[in-house]
Design a protein around this ligand. Sequence first.
Ligand code: ATP
Ligand code: MG
Length: 405
Amino acid sequence: MPRVVLVTGKGGVGKTTTAAATAVRAARSGLRTLVMSTDAAHSLGDALDVDLRTAVTWRESHQVETRLHALAVGAHTAVEADWQVVRDYLLGALDAMGVDPVVADELTSLPGAEEVTALGALAHQAHSGDWDLVVVDCAPTAETLRLLGLPEVLGWHLDRLLPAQRRLLTVLRPAATVATGVPPPGPDVLAVLRAWRELMVEVRTLLTSPRASVRVVLTPERVVIAESRRVLTSLSLHGYAVDAVVVNRVLPPGPVGDEDPWWSAWTTAQAAGLDRVRESFSGIPLLRAPYLSGEPIGAQALAELAEATRGDAAPDLMADVDVPRMRVAADGADFLLTLPLPLVSASQVALSRRDDDLVVEVEGQRRLVTLPSVLRRCVVQDAEVGGGELRVRFERDEELWASGR
Ligand SMILES: Nc1ncnc2c1ncn2[C@@H]1O[C@H](COP(=O)(O)OP(=O)(O)OP(=O)(O)O)[C@@H](O)[C@H]1O
Ligand SMILES: [Mg+2]
């Protein structure tokens, strides 16, 4: 599998520039590199100074220079039509099933064709065998979090519908409709549903594997740092690893610095910002990219920006990512589920149990954690937040345990 690096951050901080610079540098160091943009407002072509509008399928990339290809993923009409069928079916089926409010709420996050196309393109390119490294220029954080939450949310919907459908299809169609009120999908819809289900599992497996990581780009300003902190929490909640934080537009210590009040106000604010970044993201390597005197446009300028980017101890881009992930361990007679959740306090976390899922909500972000089978036979005893983790203690439900469900 290639190494996959997702680049995200607040609007305008330099995500596209950082993604492109990382890719140019990697390609020039000998790696077969693809940089792809999933942001509908594509500016990857502008940063690289090439025309990327020529790609007509999600499989077609544009060669920028030796070993470096770029791709701007748009909503592809074929996928759009395909996806519309699934979406309409899912909405109709869930409606007929008389979905409960939590599920109905989840429905609002059913993805659009563009998002599904982006994930499809990523899965396709990652599995193509053409690349050592795939760098993804993502949309600003809110959209990216939505995109990264999708494989799980959608997989969840499909999981609940598909087994039911399998049963339904074994009986006569009209009877099934009467019995459950759910119109069974035609064979074509079912095939599309299954294909999407597979794709979602594939994408989620890839993105939560040690071969994938997220790089958060920020500028050393209070508002940007505040948002980036929330992003780190949300990414952890969804099980994604952040392997570096890129501080972009760091002002050079210039000779004007001490004389000009405007300039010194900014350099002082940036120094304080850098301290705050270090504090907030301790344990995660920081890379600092200088504020250049002009826009870095084109491969050569991007390579120079990458060259001038300094790090604490820059992580080896190609190495496996080693960050803590969700785990379950026996603790005496109980079980302990640990989910890394940095930068939050207990008051910001809400937990609830719904059937076989644990619903974790942090400030508007929700994850449905499908519990491993051992925990399905347990009840939540208590939970605590601290040291960058959420720990949930599960106690055996003796009745379920005895019944050996
Ligand atoms: N280190 C830098 N020095 C000088 N200019 C920079 C630097 N980084 C980015 N820029 C310029 O800042 C502008 C915004 O950068 P970029 O498009 O990479 O941001 P973005 O985070 O991708 O924005 P969006 O949220 O719109 O996708 C561009 O004109 C880019 O050339
Ligand atoms: Mg951008």
